[in-house]
Design a protein around this ligand. Structure first.
Ligand code: ATP
Length: 370
């Protein structure tokens, strides 16, 4: 399976601004990479450029050492020569063909011999757990089963790379969960490189080995899901991943020895950085507190008042106010709180984030003292 390398890839459509701007990205062999970001950030365009369905305005694309696109060198390998499988949102199966024929059809077009096709169809149907539907027509299958057939059809020719554009978005929540697990299993089983477009951060977090987070055509961060969550490169990344969202609190900062004194109208805190930190000259920072790191406790805590409480059984999303500062936390267990109730909310551990208030870039993480 190849490593896919995008070098300074830019796409400018005739109308409008750049859909993808100077993208540098290496998708390592055998990885499951999600292209994540809000609507219009350039995910689909990037995927289509890898497939060869869209021509970049500038830059180069490599599959291992083979250049499949170069504006400068005048290279543009056609989609059918790139050996990629492509799974769209609308995976249109042929309605007049059985599952078996739907899968075999592409292989026949590729001039595979009859016995080889028969074996491959049986093999892939087993892997996708659709053997018992093999002689049914698409209309006789549920949405999830149809989706599995579509995946089987895409995987049948053994593509080196599987490109998927929001393939689960038409499925209901339960089925989507099941299919996610299926995709993860399939990735492991095939060893192929998966590139997956989604705007659903949870989907990207749970499926991927690496996430490429984009905004307005520009790469924001390319790292593992847990690094994206725990060490967000900037405020956009911090805010985009995690549900409920991270609390972002603008504060004034001043060094006090190795520590940082943070103050806002409602909060006075001492931040102890995990590594040496250089504050911006303006002293403007943004403190990032993930909801699970704001706890109901007596020690190292501030006085807060409950604004709203949303229990879901396993956990409760609690919104409190410290003065005018609204803070969201997640309390685990089946607890509930009354609106207006006074309680103490506190800090522990060293996973609080500090961002440069002027540039939005992450400075460091650390612990908090009241
Ligand atoms: P979504 O999640 O909504 O599908 P996306 O992140 O996949 O969005 P793209 O479809 O890659 O975004 O589009 C990126 C930008 O390029 C958008 O501003 C879009 O309007 C623009 N764009 C996409 N295709 C074309 C086209 N054929 N002509 C002109 N502009 C286009």
């Amino acid at each position: 399976m190849p490593t896919i390398r995008l070098v300074n890839v830019t796409k400018q459509f005739s109308k409008g601004s750049k859909a993808v701007d100077q993208l540098n990205l290496t998708i390592e062999d055998g990885h499951f990479v999600s292209l994540l970001g809000p609507s219009g950030c350039g995910k689909t365009t990037t995927l289509r450029m890898i497939a060869g369905l869209e021509t970049p305005t500038d830059g180069e694309i490599y599959f291992d050492d083979t250049c499949v696109f170069s504006n400068e060198k005048g290279i543009n390998v056609s989609p059918d020569k790139r050996n990629v499988g492509f799974l769209f949102q609308n995976y249109a199966l042929w309605p007049h063909m059985t599952v078996r024929r739907n899968i075999a059809f592409g292989l026949e077009n590729m001039k595979w011999d009859k016995k080889k096709i028969e074996n491959r169809v049986a093999e892939i149907c087993k892997a996708m757990r659709i053997e018992e539907y093999i002689d049914r027509y698409p209309a006789e299958l549920s949405g999830g089963q149809q989706q599995r057939v579509a995946i089987a059809r895409t995987l049948a020719p053994n593509p080196r790379v599987l490109l998927m554009d929001e393939p689960l978005s038409n499925l209901d929540a339960k089925l989507r969960n099941d299919m996610r697990a299926e995709l993860k299993r399939l990735h492991k089983q095939t060893g192929a490189t998966f590139v997956y477009v989604t705007h659903d951060q949870l989907e990207a977090m749970t499926l991927s080995t690496r996430i490429c987070l984009m905004k307005l055509g520009i790469l924001q961060q390319y790292s593992s899901p847990l690094e994206l969550y725990g060490k967000p490169a900037n405020l956009f990344t911090a805010d985009f991943v995690g549900n409920p969202s991270i609390n972002l609190i603008p504060m004034d900062a001043q060094m006090a020895g190795d520590a940082v004194k943070l103050s806002s109208a409602d909060l006075q805190l001492t931040f102890r950085p995990n590594e040496p930190v250089a504050l911006p000259e303006s002293g403007k920072v943004v403190l990032g507190v993930r909801p699970e790191f704001l706890k109901q406790q007596d020690e190292n805590a501030v006085d807060a008042q409950v604004e709203s409480s949303l229990p879901s059984g396993m956990e409760t999303i609690l919104v409190t106010k410290v003065g005018a500062q609204r803070l969201t936390s997640v309390i685990f267990g089946d607890v509930d709180f009354k609106s207006g109730e006074n309680l103490k909310m506190g800090f522990s551990g060293n996973k609080y984030q500090l961002f440069n208030g002027d540039t939005g870039m992450r400075l460091t993480s650390g612990s908090l003292e009241v």
